[in-house]
Structure formats: structure tokens, C-alpha cells
Design a protein around this ligand. Structure first.
Ligand code: NAD
Length: 484
């Protein structure tokens, strides 16, 4: 695609040019090279996509579950066949290193794989003789058109958290990808068509705020799956619910990692470093505050510093690179502002990534690994989501005190404990009060057959992404009671 090209929407099985007057550039965050433009589609285009999905629904719903599953089996095979190309494309538009892109695509494929089980996953229950001669059964039925709205940080995996389940259960879908890196997903839409997904079952409309507003207010959309910052998640939840839609809205995070004195320090350091700096900190599961309990504080601080300082920054496609750029100049500015503010408010800056540069790529949005010490829950750097390669260190006297510090935070996505004590681990999982709990693990990422999502300010809704929740979210249980 030429760098001036504006990417098309996908409506009723055709790639169509958006009528939008405005478009945003998509660029390689390591080089600044323009890769294309995202059109800022509006209400009319959203409506065209929804109408295509409405028309496709009756035929797709009537397609036997086993045939719908076959399309997904075919899609899984195509994704595997094209995984290398998809991973390179993902690294170019997002910046993450190639191994991380492969990991992301693999996680996406696993959701397609899980959705292939739909003939069993979608089964209902029956009970004879709920009263004399009366039988009762439940069936799960699709609802119609769902919308899927996704963020920039996993532009392949997160759409695949949702639409494979929505179409597997017999619904039709309109996807609104992130405007910052929508290119690799375009290729996946082509693969879905090649796999046999009929026209109108999956539609894509590009844009940002206006397209989202049009989706949330559209009367023919039955439900919305959303992932993004908490601020947008709250807005999406309230607006979509106002018009009677089902909503699952996954938001931002501030994840804490607690290290007890009896932890295996080598394994803990590996886990902490990869959690904080993997994907340049742009993960909702990234560790952000490390709470060293008692004597654990000093050794974990020293090891973290040594390892963080040795991480190599560069283009994600180049050999030997540990960490890519952040997504944009604007985001770089935001992350560096947090670091400066932390220092001004009394945190000690032990490792400063603000002046990091990669000489071969002077236009890249670089932020080096950063470590701040004496971070408190009241400082923005200790309280808010930074979404960059920044570790905040704090000391706690006990597991109790560490949990108190955690619970002062508004978010509740993931939390980790590092220990060799079963008793402490049991106490921790009982009292953590946060949805995704890691014990001796830094990135608490549930696989496709388990639910993914947080609590408190990190999640609005009740049914989460993936797992059995996905089947429940995209279907209604109908109860049939009969007497003959
Ligand atoms: P974002 O909220 O800026 O954008 C997400 C989506 O919402 C995009 O499609 C965007 O076009 C749209 N959008 C943005 N502002 C809007 C507005 N005012 N009105 C309507 N729509 C709007 O998020 P992002 O920067 O793309 O992604 C990063 C965020 O996503 C982080 O906060 C991260 O923690 C979160 N995230 C959460 C999870 C999770 O599982 N909880 C997973 C991945 C990312």
C-alpha cells in the first residue's frame, strides 16, 4: 500500500472507500515512516455496515453451528500459514519486537481455535419432569448485530478476543479497530473471507470518536465489546447501556507486584523485568508498581536496576532488540511527563529513560527503561496508568500493608505475588480483591478458554472476554417449558 493511501472500510463483503473528508496517518513508530491513513468515518458509514450485518444475520444464524465452526477452522489454518507475514506487519505498525508480535498473533489464533468448539460450547441444558409430564430446556440463541471497539496495544489479538465468538454463535459483527494501527487486522479480514465467512457477517468501519458514538447510539446494534482506557470504557458503558445494549467494557490498569522475602529472586527478577518492560510497558497486564516487603526490597531493587539498564532499545524487526518504541510522539510526551512529575513530587529517579535515543532511527518515539523509587499511592506516578516502560518501587512492612497500598488504587486488573510460601499465596489469593491474580507470574494473561478482564475501575460490565463468558455474552438463553 502506498503511504498516501487511505485504508478502506469492509462492508457487505467489499472493501469500500470511506467518504470521510479527514484521515489520520498510520506510521511506523520506530522510523516515523508513513504506512497509510485511517479514514475518520462517520454515522453514514457505520449505518451502512450495520445494515449489511442486519441483512446477513438470518442466513448466518440458520447456518448450522458445525458449518460456522468449519469456517473458523479454516481461518485458524490460514492465520498459522500467514503468521510470519502478519507478525512483521504488526511490528511495523505497532513497534513491538517481532517475538512479541508472534506471541500476540498466537494468542489471537488460540481464540479462533477455542471458538471452533462452538457446537459443544453453545449447547443448552434440559431436565425432564420439572413437574409431572412437563419438560424444560434451554437453548442459546444469537441476538443479531454486535459491535467490537478495540485499542492500539494489541491490534490483532484483541479483535480476535471477540469477533470469532460473536460469529461462531451466529451473530454478525461491526468492528471499529484502533485508528493508530489498523493495517494487520485488514489482512486478517481478507483471510476470514478466504476461509468462507459470507458477506456481511464481519464488517469493519474505521474511525475514532464519531464512529464510536454512532455505534453506541445505533438502534440495530444489540451489544458492544469494548477495550481501551478506563475513561473511554466508562463512557462506552454508560452510553451503550442507555440505549439498552449489552456491554462489556475493559479499561485501563495499574498493576502491582508484591515480592516477599522468601521469593526466588532470580525467577522473580525475570518475571518483573518482562512484565514491566515487555511491549514497552504498553500492556494492560504490565507490572507498574513493585512492592518489596521487608528484606526483599533491596535485592529486588538492585537486580531490577541492573537488568533494566541492560535492555536494548531498537526497531522491533532488528536482531537482538529487547524493547521497541512507544506508539506515538504524543504518547512519548505523556510517559516522559509522568517521569518528570514523579521526580518533582519526591520519587527518586534511579534510571531515566527520557533521553534514550536509537541513532539509526532518529525519528523513533523512544523511551528507555525507567526506574523510580519511593513511589507512593498519592503520586500520579504511583496512582495512574502510565502505559510506558516505567517501574515504580515502594517498600512495605508486610503482605498486609502491601495489600492496603494496592487497595488504595482505583484499578483492579491484575496483581502478582512472588513467594515460596503456600500459606502466604493462599492468603493473597483470598484477599487480593482483583480479578487476574498471579502467583510467581508477572504477566497474568488467561488463555482463550478462561475469562479475561478486571474489576473495579478496570472493567465495566459483568461478562468478561474469552472463555465461557464470551458464549454467554453473545447469546441469550431461551427457556422452553413443554407439556404434550
Ligand atoms: P483508547 O481509550 O484511547 O481507545 C480505545 C478505542 O476507543 C479506540 O478504538 C478509539 O478510537 C476509541 N476512542 C478513544 N477515545 C474515544 C472517545 N472519547 N469516545 C469514543 N471512542 C473513543 O485506548 P488506547 O490508547 O487505544 O489503548 C490503551 C488503553 O487500553 C490502556 O488504558 C490499556 O490499559 C487499555 N487496555 C485494556 C485491556 C484490558 O484487558 N483491560 C487490554 C488492552 C488495553
Amino acid at each position: 500500500m502506498s503511504s498516501n493511501a487511505t485504508i478502506p472500510n469492509f462492508i457487505a463483503g467489499n472493501w469500500v472507500r470511506s467518504a470521510a473528508a479527514d484521515a489520520l496517518p498510520i506510521s511506523d513508530p520506530a522510523t516515523g515512516e508513513c504506512l497509510g491513513h485511517t479514514p475518520l468515518s462517520g454515522r453514514a458509514e457505520v449505518d451502512a455496515a450495520v445494515q449489511a450485518a442486519v441483512r446477513a444475520f438470518p442466513g448466518w444464524r440458520a447456518t448450522p453451528a458445525v458449518e460456522r465452526a468449519r469456517v473458523l477452522f479454516h481461518l485458524k489454518a490460514l492465520l498459522e500459514q500467514h503468521q510470519d507475514d502478519l507478525a512483521r506487519s504488526l511490528t511495523r505498525e505497532h513497534g513491538k519486537v517481532l517475538a512479541e508480535s508472534h506471541g500476540e498473533i498466537q494468542r489471537g489464533i488460540e481464540n479462533v481455535e477455542h471458538a471452533c468448539g462452538i457446537p459443544s460450547l453453545m449447547m443448552g441444558d434440559t431436565l425432564e419432569d420439572i413437574a409431572r409430564g412437563i419438560d424444560c430446556e434451554t437453548v442459546r440463541q444469537p441476538l443479531g448485530v454486535f459491535a467490537v471497539i478495540t485499542p492500539y496495544n494489541f491490534p490483532v489479538m484483541i479483535p480476535l478476543w471477540f469477533w470469532p465468538y460473536a460469529v461462531a454463535t451466529g451473530n454478525t459483527v461491526v468492528v471499529k479497530p484502533s485508528e493508530q494501527d489498523p493495517l494487520t487486522h485488514q489482512r486478517i479480514v481478507d483471510l476470514a473471507t478466504e476461509a468462507g465467512l459470507p458477506p456481511g457477517v464481519l464488517n469493519v468501519v474505521h474511525g475514532s470518536r464519531d464512529a464510536v458514538t454512532a455505534i453506541l447510539e445505533h438502534p440495530d446494534i444489540k451489544g458492544v465489546s469494548f477495550v481501551g482506557s478506563s475513561q473511554t470504557a466508562r463512557l462506552v458503558y454508560a452510553t451503550a447501556a442507555e440505549s439498552g445494549k449489552r456491554v462489556q467494557a475493559l479499561g485501563g490498569a495499574k498493576n502491582h507486584m508484591i515480592v516477599l522475602p522468601d521469593a526466588d529472586l532470580d525467577a522473580t527478577t525475570d518475571a518483573v523485568v518482562s512484565s514491566v518492560y515487555g511491549s514497552t510497558g504498553q500492556r494492560c497486564l504490565a507490572g507498574s508498581v513493585i512492592l518489596g516487603v521487608g528484606e526483599a526490597y533491596r535485592p529486588i531493587k538492585e537486580r531490577l536496576l541492573e537488568r533494566a539498564a541492560a535492555l536494548r532499545l531498537g526497531h522491533g524487526l532488528d536482531h537482538g532488540v529487547d524493547m521497541g518504541p512507544v506508539i506515538s510522539a504524543k504518547h512519548r510526551e505523556r510517559v516522559t511527563r509522568f517521569i518528570g512529575q514523579g521526580e518533582r513530587e519526591g520519587a527518586a529517579l534511579l534510571l531515566d529513560g527520557r533521553s534514550a535515543r536509537v541513532p539509526r532511527y532518529p525519528e523513533g518515539h523512544w523511551v528507555g527503561p525507567t526506574v523510580l523509587e519511593h513511589v507512593t499511592p498519592d503520586m500520579p506516578v504511583g496512582r495512574e496508568e502510565i502505559f510506558g516502560p516505567v517501574a515504580g518501587l515502594a517498600r512495605a512492612a508486610s503482605l498486609d500493608q502491601a495489600l492496603d497500598l494496592v487497595h488504595r488504587n482505583q484499578y483492579g486488573n491484575a496483581i502478582s505475588l512472588f513467594t515460596t510460601s503456600g500459606r502466604a499465596a493462599r492468603e493473597f489469593r483470598y484477599r487480593a480483591g482483583i480479578s487476574m491474580i498471579g502467583i510467581n507470574l508477572g504477566v497474568v494473561a488467561p488463555m482463550a478458554f478462561f475469562p479475561f478482564g478486571g474489576s473495579r475501575g478496570s472493567f465495566y460490565g459483568d461478562l468478561k472476554a474469552q472463555g465461557r463468558d464470551a458464549i454467554a455474552f453473545y447469546t441469550d438463553q431461551r427457556v422452553i417449558i413443554s407439556r404434550w
